[in-house]
Design a binder for this molecule. Structure first.
Ligand SMILES: C[S@@+](CC[C@H](N)C(=O)[O-])C[C@H]1O[C@@H](n2cnc3c(N)ncnc32)[C@H](O)[C@@H]1O
Length: 282
């Protein structure tokens, strides 16, 4: 009989610790691109007539990604209202420390935090707010009803506003998808294909920008937490039968990784889907 395993998504603190191991083992390198990307994206906004630019960040984590958006925003606009919706307390505390250490540069930014899931935020009246920029970076997979939530988000976008959905590009993960789909994982929205399908249904203008990143992944050294994140199973190494763990590690090494300069690399490609709210798309 198949052994039951705990879905990592149901354990927010553990989930964040696991995600951190990916960042610490190479994924942080993605941020080299984020600064320039944020400047380009914010540069395309045409919101000069607004007295205040309103931003909604969904699933911010500790604000590492927001950091680049906020810097790009304050370089262009003087008054910004920045709303964060993030269900985990620990990362929000870190985000607040980030604000404190940037308080001089970010003094034109008024922050509001909602420690809740995006669905709760919208149900409690968030839909009465309008935003000029909404971004959900790697949080779409966690939405309870991704399609309806995307629709809501589009509806609360102001005219000329921008909705950015950053997701994992499915090709990079499809190689171990088969393994993870083996009853261990349940995700309503998987990766880019699902997001594009939903966005297509919304009949929006969308544009893809692809980045490919790598993290170091030596299966012999993979820590328990990193393994938890990659398999989406809490305590994978100790809660699954030893032969399955062995198989999984072999699978990562032989099917998913490649060697570069004596290092074992694992592609973590991500994609930005950008949706503009234009008059003609009404
Ligand atoms: C993989 S992390 C991404 C963090 C950050 N945006 C980044 O790109 O590094 C996903 C984040 O979504 C948050 N999250 C989980 N469920 C959510 C929900 N239903 N609504 C909003 N955020 C959620 C998690 O707590 C977590 O901080």
């Amino acid at each position: 009989m198949a052994r039951l395993s705990a879905n990592l998504f149901n354990y927010l603190d553990e989930y964040h610790l696991s995600f951190q191991t990916l960042l610490d083992n190479g994924l942080k390198s993605r941020e080299c691109r984020y600064k320039e990307d944020a400047i380009q994206m914010i540069g395309k906004l045409d919101l000069e007539s607004r007295s205040e630019v309103r931003v909604l960040s969904i699933g911010s984590g500790n604000g590492d990604v927001d950091f680049h958006f906020i810097n790009a925003l304050v370089d262009k606009y003087t008054a910004i209202h920045y709303t964060v919706v993030e269900p985990a307390n620990g990362p929000i505390d870190k985000f607040k420390r980030l604000i404190e250490s940037n308080k001089d540069k970010w003094n034109g930014v008024n922050f509001t935090f909602h420690v809740q899931e995006v669905e709760e935020y919208l149900e409690e009246g968030g839909t009465s707010d309008k935003y000029d920029v909404i971004h959900a970076c790697h949080s779409l997979y966690r939405f309870r009803d991704a399609e309806n939530t995307l629709r809501y988000l589009y509806n609360i976008l102001s005219m000329e506003g921008m909705l950015l959905i950053r997701v994992i590009k499915d090709e990079s993960h499809s190689r171990y998808q088969t393994l993870l789909d083996n009853g261990l994982k349940s995700r309503e929205c998987r990766y880019r294909e699902d997001a594009i399908k939903m966005i297509g249904k919304l009949d929006l203008e969308s544009r893809n920008e692809v980045r490919v990143l790598s993290i170091l992944l030596d299966p012999a050294m993979v820590g328990n937490r990193m393994l938890d994140f990659l398999t989406v199973v809490l305590n994978f190494r100790n809660s699954r039968p030893p032969d399955e763990v062995e198989d999984c590690l072999r699978y990562f090494r032989d099917e998913c990784c490649y060697v570069k300069a004596n290092e074992i690399m694992f592609d973590y490609a991500e994609e930005d889907i950008i949706i503009w709210r234009k008059q003609h798309a009404q």
